[in-house]
Write a new protein. Structure first.
Length: 437
């Protein structure tokens, strides 16, 4: 009962924000023109637009399930995008006077996809983070290791609005790892009698089933889950390459300004070249030169050899993580560039040359090819990226094997939305200097 009340409260809040967006749009439009141009426009005139968006969000089951922030935001984007098409079509076909307000409609929808997710996140933070009282109670069945992992996620990811409870619960998660078919069926039968919601987590770690298609074979009571290699589909590659090109061109003016500032700083710190070029493995295993800002001293090799003689433990660390704990070769400005990942900025040129993508597996060094093992064929099928899942998932805190597993997962489960999420998370990682060295 409480769960339904909370879902209704979230829905009412969203509806309130949709109404508030009308007045925000009105304010912007009025300030863009010296004279009022929407004297006859009122909220009553606009309410059909708000209702369409709200119905689409209900259709996306936003108020039925507890999604995490990014999945919730994607569904909001879908509702606004489809809503914009529907509203535009209605106004065009009806030849309404409101058709003259296309600018108003456009600004409203653009504001909506930015403000609603943020407002909703703030509302849920107040609702769920400050107290556990309004969180949905969840019971978890599974082996201790995986069970604890999910318990920690429910505890830390307050946006979901769920918390572990073994006494009374609203829903049950069954983690299928190490369970036989008989055990799994038995657990489902047992808990479906106690709660209306039972979620089964299939233990196939390399596939994201969120966007998979499920086919039903009703005569034999089977369901088939479609699995695709997303980045081998030509239409997906075209969309990804077009996205890379457009974003890179838009970033060029910013890059040029930052390039001038960084170049001066490098020259003042240690005279020498501004760029550092290194041969890396690209798509289909082709070797290319990746561009970076120089972050090391000119005589870096001699400095490193002397350092390793005095610190042999660094050799063992490098073999595991392919990084040094304290690299003596790095200049003062180099430490800043690396900690902020600004040393990777020139790779926009690699993207424009078609050698790299904005998001993808990081370009591996030539001597790392033999260490990729079974992941080699998959990883080298796609262009390497300036940023990727590895950078936003722990970076230097992850082993080389964990890195290849993450990047294999990214390739198998690619989507344009996932690229967008990684870019946003990269900005956060750069600002907070998480996992950078």
């Amino acid at each position: 009962m409480q769960k339904n009340i909370i879902n209704i409260a979230i829905a009412l809040f969203d509806f309130f924000v949709l109404n508030l967006l009308f007045y925000m749009t009105y304010f912007i439009i009025e300030n863009l023109h010296k004279e009022p141009i929407f004297e006859k426009l009122s909220l009553i005139d606009f309410i059909f637009v708000i209702v369409i968006i709200f119905i689409l969000m209900i259709y996306e089951k936003i108020y039925r399930f507890r999604y995490d922030f990014w999945q919730d935001t994607l569904k909001i984007f879908k509702a606004f995008f489809i809503g914009y098409i529907i509203v535009s079509a209605i106004l065009f076909l009806s030849k309404s006077q409101f058709l003259d307000s296309r600018l108003f409609i456009t600004i409203y929808f653009l504001l909506g996809i930015i403000i609603l997710p943020i407002a909703k996140r703030i509302f849920k933070k107040i609702l769920f983070k400050k107290t556990h009282k309004y969180r949905s109670k969840t019971y978890i069945v599974g082996i201790p290791k995986e069970k604890n992992k999910l318990k920690d996620e429910l505890k830390n990811n307050w946006y979901i609005g769920q918390i572990y409870s073994k006494d009374s619960y609203d829903n049950v998660f069954i983690i299928s790892q190490a369970l036989s078919i008989e055990q799994l069926n038995s657990y489902i039968s047992q808990y479906i009698q106690k709660t209306t919601e039972v979620f089964v987590i299939p233990f196939i770690t390399q596939i994201n089933f969120a966007h998979s298609h499920i086919l039903e074979y009703s005569n034999i009571r089977y369901s088939a889950i479609q699995i695709e290699n997303k980045l081998l589909i030509k239409s997906n590659l075209f969309i990804k390459n077009l996205f890379d090109l457009i974003v890179s061109i838009l970033l060029l003016p910013i890059f040029l300004i930052m390039h001038i500032i960084i170049s001066i700083a490098i020259k003042l710190d240690d005279s020498g070249s501004i760029f550092f070029k290194q041969k890396r493995l690209g798509k289909d295993g082709k070797v290319f030169e990746v561009y970076k800002y120089r972050t090391m001293y000119q005589d870096s090799d001699d400095i490193l050899q002397q350092y390793l003689q005095n610190h042999p433990q660094e050799i063992e660390y490098y073999q595991k993580y392919h990084k040094y704990i304290n690299d003596p070769r790095i200049t003062k400005i180099g430490k800043f560039l690396r900690s902020t990942s600004l040393d990777e900025l020139p790779q926009i040129l690699n993207v424009l040359k078609g050698e790299m993508s904005l998001v993808g597996p990081r370009p591996y060094m030539l001597d790392e090819e033999s260490l990729l093992y079974s992941a080699k064929h998959l990883i080298l099928q796609v262009k390497p990226g300036i940023t990727g899942l590895w950078q936003v998932s722990g970076r230097n805190n992850l082993t080389f094997q964990e890195r290849t597993e993450l990047e294999s997962w990214y390739i198998k489960n690619w989507s344009l939305w996932f690229d967008f999420v990684i870019i946003v998370k990269t900005i956060k990682v750069v600002l907070l200097k998480v996992g950078a060295r």
